[in-house]
Structure formats: C-alpha cells, structure tokens
Design a protein. Sequence first.
Length: 316
Amino acid sequence: QGKKLSDALRISAYVFSTGLLMFTALVNTASWFMQNITLGNFWQTAWLEFYDHVEGDEWTIFLVGAALVPALAFWGFNGILLVADITGKPTFITRYRIQLGKNDPVDRKKLWKAIYTVLGNQFFVSFPMLVPMFYIMKWWENTFSKELPTFQWFLVELSIFTVVEEILFYYTHRLVHHPVLYKHIHKKHHEWTAPIGVVSIYAHPVEHIVSNTLPVMTGPLIMGSHIVSVSAWFSIALVTTSISHCGYHLPLLPSPEFHDFHHLKFNQCYGVLGVLDFLHGTDRMFRQSKAFERHKVLLSLTPLSESIPEPPKKEE
C-alpha cells in the first residue's frame, strides 16, 4: 500500500509539474507575442494616435474608454442575440436554446420594458457613477499614461479584477436574495426565469449599483489601472454577463448553464465562477442536474440539449 501511495504521489507530481511548465511556457509565449508584435506595435501606435486626436483630454478619453466602448460591446453582442430572440432566425443560433420552448419568440412587450430599464440603468446609474471614478483614477496618475501597460501586467490585473468581482458579486447577490430585499429589489431581475442577453443589467437601480456596477468597478479602482485596461475589462464583463444570461449554449463560447440554472431555480448558483458557490454549498442542486453535465465549452455543432437531454418527466 505504501509503495502504491508513493507511486501515485510521484505520478501526480510529475503530471502537475509537467502541466505547470507547459502552461507557463504557453502564457510566456503568448505574452511575448502580444507584447512585441501586437501591443508593442499596433495597439501602442493606435493608442498614441487616438491620444493625439483628442489632444490628451482626459475626460474625453475616459468617456470613450469607460462608457462608449463597453456600451458598443454590450449592444453589438446583444443586437445579434435580439434578432434571434425576436425572429427565431438564424436557426443556427436558436437551436442552441437552453430552456426549450421558452422565449420562442420572446414576448415583445416584456422585451421593450427590459430594454427601457437597461437604457435607464446605463444612462442614469452607470454613467453618473463614472464621474467619481474618473477623479479617483486621476489621483492614481497612471490611468491616462501615453505608455500602454504590458500584456503580462494586463493579465495580472484581469485576474485580480475577476477575483474581486467574484467575491463582491456573490455576497451582494446573496444579500439581495434576502426575503426583505428580494421582494422590493431583486424580484425585478427574476421576472425572467428564462433570461436573454439584454436582461443581464435589467434590474432595480439599487441592485444595479450594488451588485452589477460596483463589483466591476472596484478592481480597477484598487489597481489604478490604465484606461485601456479599464475599457477592456468593462467590455469583457458586459459581454460575459450577457453570455451568462443569453439563454443559448453556443459553440466555443463560455457555458451559460450555471447562471441560467440560477434563473430557473432562484436559490442556486449565485456567483460568476462558481468557486464561492462550491465553498458555500449553493450549487448542490446544480451539480446533481443535467445542466451541470452540460456546463462546459461546446466544441461541436450538436446542441448539448440534444446530446445531454433532460430526463423524461414521470407521468403522474
């Protein structure tokens, strides 16, 4: 038994160290390529041209980077999804629907209500919150530098942003599920038991501040990040949450099964990455479901709802 244990430990150490070395080599290669070929040339040149075009006006740079670019990413991605939600075309997208038979097509009256709320949150909640953020970022004296951060440093920042968002979103999300707050605040977001992409920021203004916006803003505020990093992070966060709510498990995109299950069951899967859900046991029902088996990146053209279907309902 002792020999078997030592052999197992030795094999595990070998596999782990080999995997770690391969991962490190891959990251370093990608970092070198991005820094010396992409960021080091094209992006640095493009950034300086933009900087000169706006004559270094920091407020204009901040609005473009922190508001305009992320908004275009959000509406550009969701515009494609809305076509599929409203028309049912292209069928290439709609055949990947998670909750079959739901939003097929979407209720237009309910959709317009959601769009008006989302626009209201963007213009009257998110935008005003950028004003104090601008002055805090100016205090850091790095946000509007002419020199872009290295790709390696951006990856470090991205990791920190993700961890900060996971912690803040998980606990604020559980907070608004408290019966007192849920009734008056979070219930609005859960009107969509089968969500679509645009409802990712369909929420009560208080929830949009506490649970949607602050968790995303806090990382860059702590790090004093460059505006390009802030812009990329805000765009990634908006597109990612749109994918989580989109209702389609599309090939090559991150799996939305986790958060879709939250909208279906309400008391499961509160976080983004699922780490805190695992630690707190708020994903137990999810782990016993078919949705958990489907919670992976789809690498084929066959919808997971077909390859891993829900079990047939028992007849009463």
